[in-house]
Design a protein around this ligand. Sequence first.
Ligand code: ADP
Ligand code: MG
Length: 151
Amino acid sequence: MDHTFVLPDEDATLALGQSIARILRPGDFLALHGDLGAGKTTLTRGIVQALLGSDEEVPSPTYTLVQMYDGPAFPLWHFDLYRLEDPEGVEELGWDETVDGVALVEWPERAGRHLPGVRLDVLLEIHGDQRRARLEPKGEGWQERLHGFSH
Ligand code: ADP
Ligand code: MG
């Protein structure tokens, strides 16, 4: 099953985030791939605002590398690893605590060996003037869960 979505404007990215938020549960790890400006933080904002309320500010954690949100059902961690110099540095950011909630991670490949094998990859791509998102299950469980995904 193909999970590719065309994102004509910022609201479309936020709306996809809302749909993804509906299927999230504690222990989930979302790896957000895409170049600078592809929409990773915007998608995260859609997810966080769906779970915490639309007035929640979701800044890019460019310098702190991580921002935690206390969701009503479970916590969320938003990582931006762009400036992470060494993959081992994720441990100081509370990386292992995220199993109790949901991790939303920009520049996930910078986590090196700490990147979990079971995860949902979200690929944000810009083709010409069209933006798209593709969901790719990795490891056990996500394939089945994506069958039930509707947007
Ligand atoms: P990233 O975190 O991947 O660097 P951002 O989420 O910060 O990217 O988005 C960069 C810019 O692109 C922002 O100004 C955002 O509003 C805009 N944007 C996000 N999604 C879309 C879209 N689908 N179409 C047009 N602009 C978008
Ligand atoms: Mg960003």
